[in-house]
Design a protein around this ligand. Structure first.
Ligand code: ATP
Ligand code: MG
Length: 425
């Protein structure tokens, strides 16, 4: 009997010339991580594809589904693997076609050889398999131009891989091939989607969440943790930083004109995030901003905040409508979590009438009222973090332990794995 394996197809990796092996190896590593709860035997590269074998030789649709969510995967097929005996691969083709969900009416056969060791020409293979299928499915039609289903028979290194159904993957590039990016991560709808979009392009993502603690509860931190878990199938997130910001927001709200509070909060958030990016060796920041969506997202206000940092700030949602973002959040499984309400630093000390078009001179005057350098330094020193095991490419920065205060033990339940650090050095 033939085995079942998952055949993983990728597009863009093939375009990367000399880097191709690096990209393929990273994808193999990431697939191994994504499939860690499945009984996987081996994940290996074969002739422009990646092959995932199950321990018992019976790869499943559930495995294929997990594979399809990994960035870099264009398509995935649960395929039969058989020998080069034509009876064997014809039989597999019949089984593969039988498994295609109805309704479908027409099919064609496509044969490929990635090794010349096999004597039969692909045209001959297509004829042999095609006539067997016509015999087995007399009620269906052959349509070589526009078939409902294509049965693939692919000869690679002494085996034929046969499949009829192939599901789409998320596309993009393997996480770990684009460097690290720090993401300003709230528990709202937008930033998890923005984080996923940049992660899908190969970046290892490091969310930074500003919590209203101690002036609010830690509810938003829990939501962020749930959001990170919801994104786990994509394997994009290595570590999340949490910055308790409430006390500093209080100071800001007492010091600057009310209408400029939000811009001041944001300037501090950007500065702290850039410091974390430097510690991590990250090369960019990302936000979930969308032009004009709320007061702080006008061009004037974006500029008033953006000038705080010299790293590039990626805004993948800048041209998206809320409806599109919500739809993507539903697909990713983050919608239900983001829909829950938890006070975070955004809801704390909000002005009644925030400035929508800040004048940069007034912004600078307000900024100078703050002891901002001390504030930023204190926040960086008090940052907390939690590590996740979903991302195979994440490497924590060296020396960070020494530079961070011990994480305050908090009554947050047993499974909240705050990493213990060594205290200030
Ligand atoms: P989101 O749905 O991502 O919360 P939003 O529509 O609520 O976005 P804002 O609150 O103005 O919009 O936030 C704009 C962006 O600023 C967010 O997408 C996120 O990148 C960042 N941001 C906002 N609040 C926080 C926070 N508490 N911690 C970290 N980043 C934040
Ligand atoms: Mg928000």
């Amino acid at each position: 009997m033939s085995e079942r394996v998952c055949l993983v197809h990728y597009h863009e990796i093939g375009l990367k010339g000399k880097n191709r092996a690096t990209f393929e190896n990273q994808l193999v590593t990431n697939l191994n991580r994504a499939l860690r709860d499945f009984p996987v035997g081996r994940v290996s590269r074969i002739s422009g594809h990646i092959l995932v074998e199950a321990e018992d030789g019976m790869a499943t649709d559930e495995m294929a589904h997990a594979i399809s969510r990994v960035p870099g995967v264009a398509r995935v097929s649960v395929s039969y693997r058989c020998g080069l005996d034509e009876g064997e691969y014809c039989h597999a083709a019949v089984r593969a076609l039988r498994e295609v969900p109805e309704p479908w009416n027409s099919f064609k056969v496509h044969a490929r050889r990635s090794s010349t060791a096999y004597g039969k020409h692909t045209l001959e293979m297509m004829q042999i398999v095609g006539s067997e299928l016509c015999h087995a499915f007399p009620e269906k039609k052959v349509d070589v131009h526009n078939p409902d289903v294509t049965v693939i028979v692919h000869v690679v290194q002494g085996n034929a891989y046969v499949y009829a159904d192939t599901g789409p993957g998320v596309g993009g590039l393997p996480v770990g091939t684009a460097g690290k990016v720090v993401s300003l991560f709230s528990s709202g709808f937008d930033s998890p989607v923005a984080t996923w979009m940049v992660g899908r392009r190969g970046a290892t993502m490091i969310p930074v969440h500003f919590s209203g603690r101690p002036m609010t509860s830690d509810g938003s931190e829990w939501l962020c943790r749930d959001l990170v878990d919801a994104l786990a199938p994509s394997g994009i997130i290595g570590r999340m930083y949490v910055v308790p910001f409430g006390e500093y927001q209080r100071q800001i709200s007492l010091t600057v004109p009310q209408s400029l509070r939000v811009i001041m909060y944001r300037r501090v958030m950007f500065a702290v995030s850039e410091r974390i990016a430097q510690l991590e060796g990250a090369k960019a920041l990302v936000t979930g901003e969308s032009l004009g969506q709320v007061a702080s997202q006008t061009l004037d206000n974006i500029a008033a905040v953006n000038e705080m940092v010299s790293l590039p700030v990626l805004r993948p949602l800048i041209g998206s409508d809320k409806q599109e973002i919500m739809r993507r959040a539903e697909e990713l499984g983050t919608y239900e979590i983001s829909a829950q309400d938890a006070p975070d630093c955004c809801t704390l000390f909000m002005p009644r009438k925030p400035e929508t078009h800040a004048r940069i001179r007034e912004v600078h005057e307000a900024w100078d009222l703050l002891d901002h350098d001390t504030m930023i330094e204190d926040l960086v020193q008090n940052v907390e973090y939690i590590d996740f095991d979903q991302c195979a490419s994440y490497k924590p920065p060296r020396g960070l332990r020494a530079r961070h205060r011990e994480l305050a033990p908090r009554s947050v339940g047993n499974d909240y794995k705050w990493e213990e650090t060594a205290g200030t050095a």
